[in-house]
Design a protein around this ligand. Sequence first.
Ligand code: NIG
Ligand code: FE
Length: 411
Amino acid sequence: MKILLKNIKELLQVRETPPSRVCGSDMKTLPTLKNAWLLIENETISDYGEMHNFIEIETDKIIDCTGKIVLPAWCDSHSHLVYAGNREQEFVDRIKGLSYQEIAERGGGILNSAKKLQQTSEEDLFIQSSQRIMEVMQLGTGAIEIKSGYGLTTEAELKMLRVAKRLGKEFPITIKTTFLGAHAVPEEYKNNKTGYLDLVCNEMLPLVAKENLTEFVDIFCETGYFSVADTNKLLSEAKKYNLIPKIHVNQFTAIGGVKAGVAHQALSVDHLEVLTDEDITALQNSKTMPVALPSCSFFLSIPYTPARKLIDAGLPLALATDYNPGSTPSGNMNFVVASACIKMKLTPEEAINAATINGAYAMNLSQTHGSITKGKSASVIITKKIPSYGFLPYAFGSNLIDTVIVNGELV
Ligand code: NIG
Ligand code: FE
């Protein structure tokens, strides 16, 4: 199948030899081609160029993109999209004054989702999650990472990862999975956190590795959840199975998780709403990608990741949704990009780099996703007719997407 996109007003993130990630002041540059064409063959981008150099070719489908902008589909490197039910009641409780932490202390939060998920069949979990996958593809996401962590028993954690894997087989979207058994301490282990961590390390990890269910490992390194010592322990164990860390750190408190992540060569450290100078120093000269989740900050009314501080220190930044039932019941990368501009003072160029090429890096997908490059996945967004790409974050509440193509398939 050959699809030709013609008369593209502007083709964004065009990189002949793409870097694996974009850092610091380079994030201000978004390479584009005006009045362009793009050729898709099966699942890949096979060629592109400017209309004045265009030579007619035989294709199966032509899409006229007059007045429209084309960009790589979003790369959402952090989500918990496989979950059961919702936590709408906790949302109302927070409106009435309870904090996210207070709700968790009362057995709500992650434990509430775990209870629901344990009682949900694998098939039902797949059906519920399929709806969300279809939704995020329509919103322009072409690759997404999905974590476990609402199982908290060996059986339920494996169930989550199997569902996430199956989504990747049944939908065109590229899916990467992460094992997050250390997301919270389950009720049964309330007074025995060590016992639970041992279960994660000695029973869950080997099974997850044996069934080839993931390439990444995560832990919620946070006051009241897992300490830096717990993090060191789990990540050392996970290394034996060649699992690469992508960890939750600095959401509410800075306890040294960033430094620990960097020491374990984490691919990414995510959240970072609270950030110390020491954390920034740890990230410099590392290959670890800092990831900000602005729609989580929006939903929980917590601080936004100080993204300017990170970028101005020469660091890269990726943006992701954190799509989950408790802290971010939204998988909308368009909103993430807009809120990064509005609340974190990223320029549109920086935000688009963070949500495409750097998002791909944070999922180990640099070779195939995140830019318009020959040979990469044909996953693109075609916008409606808009004046310029800055209009995407500017008109933050509008649906500006006309068509999405994911791995060569029209969504
Ligand atoms: O990234 N912070 C830890 N985990 C999720 C939310 C978990 C939940 O509330 O269900 C997050 O925000
Ligand atoms: Fe998360």
